[in-house]
Ligand binder design. Sequence first.
Ligand code: SF4
Length: 334
Amino acid sequence: MTNQAAPHLLAVEDLAVEFDTPQGPQRAVRGVSFEVGECETLAIVGESGSGKSVTAQTVMGLIPLRARVAGGRVVLEGRDVVGLSDREWRKLRGERIAMIFQDPLSALNPSLTVGYQIAEMFRRHRGMGRKDARRRAAELMDQVGIPDAARRLDDHPHRFSGGMRQRVMIAMALALDPLLLIADEPTTALDVTVQAQILRLLRERQRTDRLGMILISHDLGVVARAADRVAVMYAGRIVETGTVAEVYERPAHPYTLGLMRAVPTSRDGGAPLEAIEGQPPSLTDPPTGCSFHPRCPFARDVCRESDPEPRVLGPRRASACHFTEEVIANARER
Ligand code: SF4
């Protein structure tokens, strides 16, 4: 599953992340591999606890407390960044790789004006004087669609609406021209109209700045609008990958199929949605064989005994299921 068309900005190879818990090590991420190229958006989807946010945080060098990288590599522009010092990470973050979060309020300092917080990035990283840094902050706020930007520099974060705060976050993330942007549920807290505006803004900036992007989301509607490719995670593993069209039109893993069936479409006409039965498994004591078998309508004996390896189905398409063909055939009948 390599991309011949564009050089990879990022390649994650066989990544494993473990948490120390009183019950023993918890494998939050297992054997995760993917790449992201210039101008490309990879969405990572899955239920909460699937490992998608831990993966993103690890790529960003923000490994959660009590967690450690137990194996694999995170290669950014050809350099393995696992194990870099805090000092090296501070330099990479913002400059090469930036992140926007679901809740900008938690990432912004409530006691400082928005203009000060953006300008501070130019002062600290670019050595700009106060006046120039303020001017650049206003330009950037204008570029992300904040009306009357020069006047709003002196407002504190709580004076902005949720959508405008998310624009401020995007301005801060883009301030130092990073190559890779990680967006963790960036529109979850916003209403549908503002959500669409923010996704459009991200898409536009991605094209003009040739950004690679990782979009973390549980919302398949958002992913369909914003991503090029999808990686579906379950219990710490990627269970299916492909382009948005491939995965949405012909899901090849029962978990993906379940996620799709839980999304309302115009065809449903208000029919009740089929939620996936059961709960995600314990990561300290995962089920034998395929982790999805206790919830899987396709499960047979072999699924309880053997964990399926990813099967390559196309140039950048794979599914980790013993009965992939059956699932694809079933998806066609939807
Ligand atoms: Fe279901 Fe078996 Fe495929 Fe796992 S391997 S997803 S249990 S059919």
